[in-house]
Design a protein around this ligand. Structure first.
Ligand SMILES: Cc1ncc(COP(=O)(O)O)c(C=O)c1O
Length: 457
């Protein structure tokens, strides 16, 4: 088995850091200027975590590529961490947004586009009633509130090492002794998350049953396959059993398709015939224009209607002034009609297969104990030889230093991977040449890591 020499990794990382700084003088100057007006020099906290000494500042993006202010071109396999899975600035969305911009952006009144989008989501996911939010985080938060409202229960349940956006209740992990605690890095939690949340391992049906049995859990909030700690696939029968169990104990099932929409036009739910009570879909739904949707079954909608009080509905903690605005809905309508279509998925899936096979060949030839896996148009490698069956196994396989090196090595050679894990996403514009370029760069990166005589290209 091939192992990674840590001192070599450190010296290779130093060389990549120097190259990045030397080749990005304009981004460096902007970062220094940004430090005087933006907290930590970035508009959003996570942007600090890119593998270079500072993030490249973007000049423009189109389709599957973007250019930074230093004039460097990147093949974008990050795609705004799924927000731009449609490719950057897809023509149909841009056209609809340009037209809507001139006709009013936000009104606190509905437009016909909202009905069109609701009808389209019905067809894709099978749930009849829909609401809109600006982010998937909000759609998850509002779904949880609805679940609490109609069940009268306070707790929720999530899977260990899940991510569902910045939802307070979800930042909880299991310790080795089986007890739950706040997730490392959880900033300013309102309460200890074990007050609000139960957490079990994905694919662990006996633990799920034990957690649901007391009858105090309003909802399970789950990605159908985990995508935020590497990809963790459900084991055969897991979804069927989870659905039966949630019904048995009166717990609602919320399926978060925000990332697993990568499985196809109707997400994992359509592909695998899932049957959630509530479904959430955000990020790429508007081609990158902020927007998210959450849908309900007929029965869930009836239970909500029975509890809702008209006089209080503007202050009940669900909604948002800009949610369901005309611009977002115009973007969603165009994106669903013309961009995230079945034809687009039919083109994207072979690209993801090609990426996976390129990475697999390098792993096999080099003997590193890693694996690569795929879900529709999303693919990812992880630093362990076997597929993880739960969040802990996936999390234990992560390697912060190695991951940063591979990201920076790729970035210095014009390829952007999704940060914080080793993920590539395809867009309708991603081309074979882009994929083959990644395979070559990945091969070279693994070579310099594992064969000390090879100099970095
Ligand atoms: C599965 C899942 N749900 C929800 C979210 C939250 O999306 P947003 O940050 O757009 O609110 C994310 C973000 O990565 C996610 O991966």
């Amino acid at each position: 088995m091939t192992t990674i020499d840590r001192s070599r990794l450190a010296s290779l990382m130093k060389r990549e850091q120097e190259r990045f700084v030397n080749e990005h003088s304009k981004s460096k100057a902007l970062f220094e200027r940004a430090g005087k007006s933006l907290l930590a020099g970035v508009p959003m906290n996570w942007m600090r975590k890119w593998a270079g000494a500072f993030p490249p500042f973007v000049r423009e993006a189109q389709g599957a590529e973007f250019f930074d202010v230093d004039g460097k071109r990147y093949i974008d396999l990050c795609l705004g961490d799924t927000g731009a899975m449609t490719g950057h600035s897809p023509f149909a969305t841009v056209k609809a947004v340009e037209e809507q911009m001139r006709r009013g952006i936000t009104l606190m009144l509905p437009s016909e586009d909202a009905i069109f989008v609701g009808e389209e989501l019905q067809k894709r996911f099978g749930l009849p009633y829909w609401q809109f939010a600006l982010t998937a985080t909000d759609a998850n938060r509002f779904s949880i509130r609805r679940a609490r409202q109609i069940t009268g229960r306070s707790k929720i349940l999530v899977f260990n090492w899940c991510y569902h956006g910045t939802v307070d209740e979800t930042f909880i992990t299991l310790q080795a002794d089986g007890k739950a605690r706040a997730r490392r890095g959880n900033i300013g939690p309102p309460v200890d998350p074990s007050v609000t949340t139960k957490v079990v391992e994905f694919n662990d049906l006996p633990a799920l049953e034990r957690a649901l049995a007391p009858g105090d859990v309003a909802c399970v909030l789950a990605e159908p396959a985990m995508t935020n700690v590497g990809i963790v696939h459900p084991q055969p029968g897991f979804h069927k059993a989870m659905r039966e169990m949630t019904r048995k104990f009166g717990t609602l099932l919320i399926i978060d398709e925000t990332h697993t929409i990568c499985a196809g036009p109707g997400g994992y739910t359509q592909a695998e015939n899932l049957d959630p009570d509530i479904l959430v879909f955000g990020k790429p739904i508007g081609g990158g224009v902020p927007g998210a949707a959450y849908g309900f079954t007929d029965e869930t909608a009836k239970r909500i209607a029975a509890k809702d009080n008209l006089e209080d509905c503007d202050v009940g903690g669900i909604g948002g002034t800009l949610a369901g605005n005309a611009l977002s809905l115009a973007a969603m309508r165009a994106t669903l009609t013309s961009v995230l279509t079945k034809d687009a998925f039919d083109r994207m899936i072979p690209m993801a297969e090609r990426w996976t096979s390129g990475v697999q060949q390098v792993i096999a030839a080099s003997g590193v104990p890693w694996h690569v896996t795929r879900l529709g148009i999303r693919a990812e490698y992880l630093f362990s030889s076997k597929l993880p069956k739960n969040g802990t196994e996936a999390h234990d396989a992560m390697d912060f230093e190695l991951e940063r090196f591979l990201h920076l090595y790729c970035m210095n050679r014009g390829i952007l991977l999704t940060p914080f894990h080793n993920m590539a996403l395809m867009s309708p514009s991603t081309a074979k040449e882009d994929i083959d370029q990644h395979s070559r760069v990945f091969r070279d990166a693994v070579k310099v890591l594992t064969q000390p005589t090879v100099a970095p290209a």
